[in-house]
Design a protein around this ligand. Structure first.
Ligand SMILES: *[C@@H]1O[C@H](CO)[C@@H](O)[C@H](O)[C@H]1NC(C)=O
Length: 288
């Protein structure tokens, strides 16, 4: 495995659009990932302009290469930062999370019993996992078909991407070897599932944003909880097992009418947070 798939080639910063910030509103917390702060600040400014009276906090942790740290470690520290803001905002906050940040936020919501997040906005996040060539730049000389060997059997727990690498051709390995996404999405039963579902369902609204021209999130429908089946056909959210079995609260949230989906074409992954049309169509109305 080691010779087939050497250590990820650095710098990873070139692979990722922005830090994994959260933006909190109401106040809004903005959490994005992965590269410098600049892009997140664009979104920050757009939000401030649209809602001048709203406090906006950005959380900037694990930027650049550090964004590759294992997600459970990142979740722990993002949770601390978000909790601090929530404690100052008893009326509740909105949470806007970009890219890998959305996966982190999902985990924070499920593992925080007393959170007061009203609206959770996931901006182009691989919520159902990632199985695509783009991130393969990180594994030179390695076929995406082989990444599962690294992620589920090798260095998996040490690198963030493996935490949401979801190889549709190696389902059993994914369930056994991935210690993050299958737990968060309740695909692998565990004893905290019921608590995690309750915690997650404290949110009042979830807004899912993504689109076919993203170019990084693969399949792009993962931003809307769709994912590949074993034939690499995309199965939409409502036909996913985790939805049908309501393993983490998604079906309940949807039945409540609290899942909002926003699909936007013509937006590349690195452009989501600076695109004013996306903001106006998909985000603005929720930041109240
Ligand atoms: C901005 O988003 C709209 C759709 O919301 C898209 O048509 C347009 O191409 C995007 N512009 C850029 C620069 O990404």
């Amino acid at each position: 495995v080691a010779t087939l798939c050497p250590q990820p080639l650095l710098p990873w910063t070139s692979l990722f659009p922005s830090p994994s910030p959260v933006l909190v509103y109401h106040p809004l917390v903005l959490l994005t990932h992965i590269l410098g702060l600049f892009l997140i600040h664009v979104l920050f400014l757009i939000c401030i302009q649209a809602h001048p009276d709203t406090e906006v906090h950005t959380i900037s942790l694990y930027n650049g290469l550090k964004s590759l740290m294992p997600l459970w470690v990142q979740v722990q520290n993002f949770r601390k930062a978000i909790e601090e803001i929530m404690n100052q905002s008893p009326e509740g906050v909105h949470l806007l999370c970009f890219s890998q940040g959305g996966v982190i936020c999902r985990a924070v919501l499920s593992t925080s019993p007393n959170h007061n997040v009203h609206t959770f906005i996931a901006l182009s996040s691989p919520l159902a996992g990632q199985y695509g060539d783009y991130l393969m730049k990180a594994f030179p000389n390695c076929l995406k078909e082989l990444v599962y060997l690294v992620c589920y059997h090798g260095m998996g727990p040490e690198i963030s991407i493996c935490d949401y690498w979801n190889d549709p051709h190696h389902r059993a390995d994914y369930l056994r070897g991935n210690t993050f996404l299958p737990l968060i999405n309740g695909e692998k039963p565990h004893k905290l599932m019921k608590d995690w579902r309750e915690n997650f369902l404290r949110i009042k609204k979830m807004v899912l944003i993504g689109g076919p021209d993203d170019g990084v999130i693969t399949p792009w429908q993962s931003s809307h909880y769709g994912f590949y089946d074993a034939s690499e056909d995309v199965v939409e959210m409502r036909n996913q097992e985790f939805y049908k079995r309501d393993t983490f609260g998604l079906r309940t949230l949807d039945a409540r009418g609290d899942v909002s989906m926003c699909v936007q074409s013509g937006v590349e992954h690195t452009k989501w947070h600076s695109n004013i049309t996306v903001f106006n169509n998909c985000i603005k109305k929720w930041l109240i």
